[in-house]
Every structure is written in structure tokens, then in C-alpha cells.
Design a protein around this ligand. Structure first.
Ligand code: BTN
Length: 266
């Protein structure tokens, strides 16, 4: 999409003072996270946002790459400069996950959050998030990739099962409009958080795809089976294994059992 069209559409829909301003659109970039980090180091303000049609070196969690055909996805990063030195960054990525959920819910969809920050639709991954903190004072780059207008053939070419909004709903989606809606929700949720709101954790848990399911977590060298029973305010996932309770800080989770029975039980 032409630079000006995308930018104008987003800015027309954003409130005059909102996260997402200043807004930059680049047809092609290495990675919106990498580019926004450079601009943050050069002084870009809280709320700055960069979107791209194509990333030549899109990055995912756990050192993976993130691939998306040109113009098919929403690929963007937002810069947050939290007011105080915080060691709990999870709240911000949770607010961002909730913003994506709220935007989709307003279109009649029922997204879920797969810990820590993937968005699932109909039990398949729709969106991923890479949150990166750096600098002193600390800033946070939240990068989100959402599959929007890929058809089923394009999705089959990805290295993991994936769904797009078009595949789920049978229609094309307007990317700048959805981006403005997400940024609007993020702005509102961030303001609520700043004024002491702590509803983000129950809201996050209410949309969790994992809670109360038997899962396996691959976390570094460890591979742990158990029931996902809670998410702590610091973002750790609580796994119950017999009498033992384990807090997991990072990793890849998959669902192992449905209705309490292990899938591989004989
Ligand atoms: C994951 O699921 O592993 C996270 C994927 C995050 C991808 C987004 S696309 C926009 C932003 N720029 C990047 O390089 N990565 C994030």
C-alpha cells in the first residue's frame, strides 16, 4: 500500500492525542522492532509507532524469524516509555494482547491469548508479539504481527499452523483501520493502567487459551508436563504437576490433553 494512504487512514482514525503518534509507515524494512529501537535511541517519544508492508528480517520470540508476504499482514511496533523504572514488563505486553483482542471482539470474533502473548483464533495462531526492553531510562518496544489477508494456500506455506482474519471470516480486512482500532484500545488500557487500574490480569486470564488445560512446556533444556493453573502478575505461568507447583518464566507451550486426559495416554 502507498505510504501516504496507509498513514493517512491510520491518523484519521486515531484520537488527536493517542498512542500511535507519531506514526510512520515504511513499505519495506528489516524489522519494525529494530527500526523503532533505533528511533527510540535517537529520542522518539512515548507512543511512536512504525508499521511496514514487508520485513526482510522480521524477528519472533526465542530468536526465531517471523515471515509474512508483502502487504498481507499487519506488522507494527509501538514504543512505550513507562513513567517509572519497572521490573515487571509483562503488564505492557498483556495490555497489547488485550488491545488486539478487544479490537477483534468488536468485529464479533472470539480471540484467545496463548501465553505469553500469541493471539489464537479457532485454536490456531493468528498473531505473535515480540516485546523488547532496553535503554536507561528503560523503554519498551512492542512488536506485533497479525495475519490479515493471507488465503489458505499462503498460510500453508508458513512453518507453523496459522490462520488469518480473511481465512477465518471469508472477507478482506482493512489493515490501517484495524491498526488504528488496536492503538485506540492500547491507549485506553495504558491510561487505565497509569491511573492504577489492575483489571488487565483478570481480563488477560479470562481470554487465556491455556488455563485449566494439560500442557507441555519447553523452557530451555526443560520439558515439563502439567496443568496450567494461573498466570502471575509478573507474567510467569503456574504449572501444577501432582503436588508440585512450578512457575515458568519463558518457553513454548503446547496443549497435551483435552478434558483432563493426556493425548498420549494409552
Ligand atoms: C512470535 O510469535 O514469535 C512473535 C512474532 C512477532 C512479529 C512482529 S512483526 C512486527 C514486529 N517486528 C518484528 O521483527 N517482529 C515483530
Amino acid at each position: 500500500m502507498k505510504n501516504n494512504d496507509f498513514t493517512q487512514q491510520v491518523l484519521q482514525l486515531l484520537a488527536p492525542v493517542s498512542l500511535g503518534r507519531p506514526f510512520f509507515f515504511c513499505p519495506s524494512l528489516d524489522s519494525t522492532n529494530t527500526e523503532l529501537k533505533k528511533r527510540a535511541q535517537d529520542g522518539a517519544p512515548h507512543g511512536a509507532c512504525i508499521a511496514a508492508d514487508f520485513q526482510s528480517a522480521g524477528r519472533g520470540r526465542l530468536q526465531r524469524s517471523w515471515q509474512a508476504g508483502a502487504g498481507s499482514s499487519l506488522l507494527f511496533s509501538v514504543l512505550l516509555r513507562p513513567p517509572a523504572k519497572l521490573n515487571r514488563m509483562f503488564a505492557f505486553s498483556a495490555l497489547a494482547s488485550l488491545s488486539v483482542c478487544h479490537a477483534l471482539e468488536n468485529h464479533g470474533l472470539k480471540p484467545q491469548i496463548k501465553w505469553p502473548n500469541d493471539i489464537y483464533l479457532h485454536d490456531v495462531k493468528l498473531s505473535g508479539m515480540l516485546s523488547e526492553a532496553s535503554g536507561d531510562p528503560l523503554f519498551l518496544i512492542i512488536g506485533i504481527g497479525i495475519n490479515i489477508n493471507q488465503n489458505k494456500d499462503e498460510l500453508r506455506q508458513l512453518d507453523q499452523p496459522a490462520i488469518s482474519l480473511k481465512a477465518a471470516t471469508g472477507r478482506e480486512w482493512n489493515r490501517p483501520r484495524l491498526l488504528a482500532e488496536i492503538l485506540g484500545h492500547l491507549d485506553r488500557l495504558y491510561n487505565e493502567w497509569q491511573h492504577g487500574g489492575d483489571m488487565w490480569l483478570p481480563a488477560y486470564c479470562a481470554r487465556s487459551w491455556l488455563l485449566n488445560k494439560q500442557v507441555v512446556v519447553e523452557s530451555g533444556e526443560r520439558k515439563l508436563k502439567g496443568k496450567a493453573v494461573a498466570i502471575n502478575p509478573d507474567g510467569s505461568l503456574v504449572l501444577k504437576r501432582g503436588e508440585e507447583t512450578i512457575n515458568i518464566n519463558y518457553g513454548d507451550v503446547s496443549i497435551l490433553a483435552v478434558n483432563g486426559r493426556w493425548k498420549d495416554d494409552k
